[in-house]
Design a protein around this ligand. Structure first.
Ligand code: SF4
Ligand SMILES: [Zn+2]
Ligand SMILES: [Zn+2]
Length: 306
C-alpha cells in the first residue's frame, strides 16, 4: 500500500477520505485539519489563552500536543472524578504528558469541589453516571476556565463522538441540543467559548497520530462507558461506515451545512446561580449546586458521602 501523497509505504487507509497515508503525511493531515477547523470556525487565535480539557485519553492529549506545537497558548485541565482505579491512572498519564513537555496542567478534584466522587454521587443522586458526569464536568470546566482568565475551552471530541451525538439527538429529535451542536459555541459573561478542533478527525486517525508521534495515552475505557448509549450509537455508525465509507463525515458535514448555513449559535440566554454565581438555565440554583446540597445533606445524615 502506497501513500497517496508521496508514494512511500503507507501505514493507514482512510476510506472516508479516499487516502492512504505514510506516517509523515498522516501527521501532516491531522495537524492541517485541526488548523483548518480552528480557522474556519474562528475558534480562537494564537493570542487567545486556551484551556484544554484533558482526560488522559488519546484525543485530548493529541489536541493539546498539536495546539502547543502550533504555538497556541494552551494549558491543560484535568478533573479527577474519583472513579475507582480509573481516575488515578488517567491523572498519572496526563501529568506525565505535561511534565515531559513542560506544559501547565491544572488538576481539580470533584471530591473537593462537590464533597463526593462521581461513584459516590451516582449512589446519592441515584442517577446515571454519564449524565451526572456530564453535568459536573461541564460546570467545572466552564468555571475553572472563567476563573483562570481563559477565553476558550477546547475539548477533544472527534468525528466519531460528534456523529454519535448527532445520531442520538436526531433519533430523539432533540431540537434544543441540535441547535447547539456545533464545532464552536460562543461565550458571554461567565460562559466561556467552547471549541472542538478535532471535529472532522476520526478515532482511527487520532490513535495513529498518537502512535506515530509517541504520545502515551490511557488505552482503557472508563468503567462506566460499558452499556452507555453513546457506545451503542458508535457501534451502529461503525457498522454503517464499514459498508458505506464516509457515512460519518457526510452525516456531520451535511448537518452543519443545512443547519443555518454555518451561522454559529447565539450565546445561550442564562441567569445566574443564586449560590455560586455561575450561569445556569435553571431557576434559582444551578444543577451543580443542587447536587452539592444533596451530597451535603446526605453526608450530614450518614456521616460519609456514600
Ligand atoms: S464514560 Fe461516562 S462516567 Fe466515564 S468519563 Fe465518560 S461520561 Fe464520565
Ligand atoms: Zn507520504
Ligand atoms: Zn451554582
Amino acid at each position: 500500500m502506497r501513500c497517496s501523497v508521496c508514494g512511500q509505504e503507507a501505514v493507514i487507509r482512510l476510506r472516508h477520505a479516499g487516502l492512504r497515508l505514510c506516517p509523515q503525511h498522516l501527521v501532516a493531515r491531522v495537524e492541517k485539519e485541526v488548523e483548518g477547523a480552528i480557522r474556519r470556525f474562528r475558534m480562537f487565535s494564537p493570542e487567545t489563552r486556551v484551556l484544554v480539557a484533558v482526560s488522559g485519553g488519546k484525543d485530548s492529549l493529541a489536541l493539546w500536543h498539536i495546539l502547543a506545537k502550533s504555538g497556541y497558548r494552551a494549558d491543560g485541565l484535568f478533573i479527577d472524578l474519583g472513579i475507582e482505579g480509573y481516575s488515578g491512572r488517567s491523572q498519572d498519564v496526563a501529568q506525565a504528558f505535561a511534565e515531559e513537555r513542560g506544559l501547565t496542567l491544572h488538576v481539580v478534584s470533584l471530591a473537593e469541589e462537590l464533597g463526593a466522587t462521581l461513584d459516590e454521587l451516582t449512589r446519592i443522586a441515584r442517577g446515571k453516571p454519564c449524565s451526572l458526569c456530564g453535568t459536573v464536568k461541564r460546570y467545572l470546566m466552564n468555571r475553572l476556565a472563567w476563573e483562570g482568565g481563559y477565553s476558550a475551552l477546547a475539548t477533544g471530541h472527534n468525528l466519531d463522538d460528534e456523529a454519535a451525538t448527532l445520531l442520538g439527538n436526531v433519533l430523539r429529535w432533540e431540537e434544543d441540543y441540535l441547535s447547539r451542536q456545533y464545532p464552536v459555541l460562543p461565550g458571554e459573561g461567565k460562559l466561556v467559548r467552547k471549541a472542538k478542533p478535532l471535529v472532522f478527525l476520526s478515532e482511527r486517525e487520532m490513535a495513529a497520530y498518537c502512535l506515530i508521534t509517541g504520545i502515551r495515552y490511557l488505552k482503557e475505557d472508563c468503567p462506566h462507558a460499558q452499556g452507555a448509549r453513546s457506545i451503542v450509537l458508535k457501534g451502529i455508525l461503525n457498522q454503517l461506515e464499514d459498508r458505506y465509507p464516509a457515512t460519518k463525515i457526510s452525516f456531520l458535514r451535511q448537518f452543519l451545512r443545512v443547519r443555518d448555513r454555518f451561522r454559529p449559535p447565539e450565546p445561550a440566554r442564562l441567569g445566574e446561580c443564586q449560590s455560586c454565581g455561575m450561569p445556569t438555565a435553571a431557576e434559582g440554583t444551578c444543577r451543580f449546586c443542587r447536587l452539592k446540597e444533596a451530597v451535603t445533606r446526605h453526608t450530614s445524615r450518614h456521616g460519609t458521602p456514600a
